[in-house]
Design a binder for this molecule. Structure first.
Ligand code: FAD
Length: 155
């Protein structure tokens, strides 16, 4: 994409506004990484969303995980502050972690199955295609992918 195309695309996203164009002085491919904080709760502090974990975008899980964390934490705070019941807040990190690590695994798997690495050779490429075909040719494989992609129930 050249500079003119970048401005044209950006402008098309904001109808009703005229963007003031400037020089584009840096272009980067956004770097993503997989990360889970070692503690999701410490005393009166609890982490949710990207502060607690990041996933590569291939599984489209980041926002979904953030919302699920917030639902769990809201329930826990309601119980704590409304009924003086600390069981949910004490279990928040363990419960949230189960979904987080499932999503980490799914995102990692999708990334490794769908993206070629520069160091990959012909064997890696063919093995990767074999993996993809194993999933799409199997009802069980398709079902797992659909379940994980659309997300797991919060309860
Ligand atoms: C290009 C891209 C595509 C994505 N696609 C998807 C997708 O398809 N599906 C999906 O589920 N997820 C997707 N994600 C991930 C998703 O956007 C994030 O995981 C999600 O927004 C995390 O929510 P959050 O509330 O934790 O953090 P954020 O959305 O980053 O919110 C944090 C907020 O805190 C504010 N803030 C930061 N520091 C301070 C401060 N000191 N004081 C006050 N405010 C502060 C920030 O301005 C921001 O508004 C995508 C992310 C990117 C970058």
């Amino acid at each position: 994409m050249n500079e003119a195309e970048i401005w044209e695309t950006l402008q098309s996203r904001v109808p009703g506004t005229t963007l003031k164009e400037g020089t584009i002085f840096q272009r980067d491919v956004l770097r993503f990484r997989s990360f889970v904080a070692s503690e999701l709760r410490h005393g009166r502090a609890a982490l949710v969303g990207d502060a607690a974990h990041t996933v590569p975008p291939t599984g489209a899980k980041g926002m979904n995980l953030a919302i699920a964390d917030v639902v769990l934490l809201a329930r826990a705070l309601n119980a704590l502050l409304g009924e003086n019941d600390a069981r949910l807040i004490d279990g928040y990190a363990d419960l949230a972690s189960q979904r987080i690590w499932k999503a980490q695994n799914f995102s990692w798997w999708m990334t490794s199955m769908l993206h070629l690495q520069p160091e990959h050779n012909e064997f890696d490429r063919q093995r990767q295609l074999g993996e993809l075909r194993s999933v799409v040719d199997s009802e069980a494989g398709r079902t797992y992918l659909a379940e994980a992609y659309t997300g797991w129930p919060i309860d």
